[in-house]
Design a protein around this ligand. Structure first.
Ligand SMILES: Cc1cc2nc3c(=O)[nH]c(=O)nc-3n(C[C@H](O)[C@H](O)[C@H](O)COP(=O)(O)O)c2cc1C
Length: 250
């Protein structure tokens, strides 16, 4: 593929989630993200917001588009546990995404509240369509990231509900996973998250778990992490996460 060194986005993304095809007909709008000028994707065929961001962010970084060949990258499925719109965990995941965009393709799931309430009568034999799709996203991923607050000393009910729908399956078995708890306190929720994800047989290490306490004081409205230790901790977490996924694929 050709290299584009323009600071303007001239590319688009094919409708297929499996491959990028550069098209010149999609010109988008520009915004500021983490102090860099970034073009945000529009166009009729972007598969999701993140893929568009990945491509155009890379163009504005003057990188070669062929660095983004999706076939070479592993797929990470990200589950955001928060039930809020203006979520600190969503902002944290945006930072995570920005830091690993050249290593992985990300699919971010922030629609836990759209999933039906767990029903054991349906789970094995007749699962709802949304649940089948959710399970497939987990099953196809090379790795999972969960980023969640603590609610009432536990994990949020929406996240627990989604995991309950997977208990009768093996979708989580041996799946490398990173566990982020970003909350006011979060300790109990973080412990429970680890216990639950161990129970469904995901693979993680101490280094691929991270508790960020007092998250709202460490990330600003623009989504920038304002605390040096948190940035350092997130960087270490990401490095460990990459190693976990690399080792799992061997
Ligand atoms: C229903 C509810 C229960 C909460 N319970 C806890 C809790 O037990 N421990 C805690 O640290 N924070 C608790 N919080 C505060 C959240 O952790 C905090 O607001 C966090 O930033 C939310 O993350 P988010 O912005 O990604 O939604 C609770 C918030 C809500 C809405």
């Amino acid at each position: 593929m050709p290299a584009y060194n323009s600071t303007f986005a001239i590319g688009g993304v094919s409708p297929s989630a499996d491959s990028f095809v550069v098209k010149v007909e999609y010109i988008i709008m520009f915004c500021n993200f983490n102090q860099r000028q970034i073009a945000m994707g529009g166009g009729r065929s972007f598969p999701n917001r993140f893929n568009a961001w990945t491509l155009v962010a890379s163009i504005t970084d003057n990188l070669r588009i062929d660095n983004l060949t999706m076939a070479e990258k592993k797929n990470i499925f990200v589950i955001i546990g928060s039930a809020s719109q203006n979520s600190a965990n969503q902002k944290l995941v945006d930072n995570f995404a920005n830091l690993i965009k050249f290593d992985f393709n990300l699919t971010i799931f922030s629609d836990l509240k759209k999933l039906p309430h767990f029903d054991p009568e349906l789970s094995s034999d007749n699962p709802p369509k949304l649940i089948v799709e959710f399970r497939e996203l987990i099953s196809k991923a090379d790795g999972i990231l969960i980023s969640t607050p603590e609610y009432v000393f536990s994990i949020p009910s929406g996240l627990k509900n989604a995991i309950e729908w997977c208990v009768s399956t093996t979708v989580f078995s041996d799946k490398p996973i990173g566990l982020l708890t970003a909350s006011a306190h979060g300790q109990k929720g973080h412990e429970e998250l680890q216990l639950i994800m161990k129970t469904v047989m995901t693979k993680f290490t101490d280094e691929t778990t991270l508790l960020i306490q007092g998250i709202k004081g460490k990330i600003n409205e623009q989504g920038e992490i304002t605390d040096t230790k948190t940035t350092d901790d997130l960087t270490k977490f990401i490095n460990a996460f990459k190693t976990l996924i690399k080792n799992a694929s061997h």
